[in-house]
Design a protein around this ligand. Structure first.
Ligand code: DC
Length: 230
């Protein structure tokens, strides 16, 4: 069967990553978490005290960064310069700085280039903020996910609790609102819905329902494309 690219964009904590993982599994595709790449850069900049306003310093730091994904029993883990940073990049101090880091043009250039290489052979589900607009504007299926803030905050709280991090809902809402604002108002490829993206409101959906809907859309696209080829 012909392979396609599935781009899943949307606000933080709408269930993009979990849905994308399940869709990739169902279709036998590779899942790429583009947010994890921006988080890994943020961690590196934090550890190396990079001044974000200093372009040369940022460019130089980017030369020292290599990001990979490796398969573990519980899914893909993010590696930064050979170190497994999967847990570290999900911590609050990274979440609090990642939007500023991912707004930098040099950072985006580098990450977008790597992401495009990863999708060269198709058969990829990638989630993020600019996947359907900038990284893969020709993706065969684009989904834009959203959900009510209270639901997003609750889901993020549960996710963090599973990682032994206890945060109250107010703190989470504050972080999500700040990131929504920065992500959607930044000059460099802001979070916007691609014109040809299908909107998926996950407020009242379970994870399984969300994934089923996207798999269904993907199969429709794959079959439509196969018919066109006949
Ligand atoms: O998906 P996430 O919450 O882990 O993403 C972390 C941050 O990375 C998010 O606040 C914005 C940024 N990001 C981005 O700018 N572009 C992407 N394609 C993915 C994430």
């Amino acid at each position: 069967m012909r392979k396609i690219i599935i781009a899943i964009d949307g606000y933080s904590a709408c269930g993009k990553s979990s849905t994308a993982k399940m869709v990739a599994e169902a279709l036998g595709y590779i899942y790429i978490d583009s947010g994890a790449m921006y988080r890994a850069v943020t961690l590196y900049f934090h550890e190396h005290h990079v001044t974000l306003s200093n372009e040369r310093e940022v460019e130089k730091a980017l030369e020292g960064i290599s990001i990979e994904f490796k398969r573990h029993d519980d899914g893909l883990h993010t590696y930064l310069n050979g170190m497994n940073v999967e847990d570290e990049i999900r911590k609050m101090y990274v979440s609090q700085n990642v939007s500023e880091v991912s707004a930098l043009a040099a950072v985006r250039r580098q990450m977008v280039g790597q992401q495009q290489k990863m999708g060269k052979h198709k058969g990829v589900v990638m989630d993020g903020r600019d996947i359907g607009t900038v990284v893969f504007p020709d993706a065969e299926l684009k989904v834009f996910m959203m959900a009510e803030m209270s639901v997003r905050a609750y889901r993020r709280q549960l996710e963090l609790l599973n990682k032994q991090q206890m945060l109250n809902l107010d703190e989470i809402v504050e972080n999500l609102e700040k990131r929504d604002h920065i992500d959607s108002t930044r000059a460099e490829s802001p979070l916007t819905q691609a014109e040809d993206a299908l909107i998926l409101d996950t407020t009242n959906l379970t994870l399984e329902e969300q994934a089923d809907i996207v798999v269904g859309m993907a199969l429709e696209r794959i079959l439509d494309d196969s018919k066109k080829l006949v």
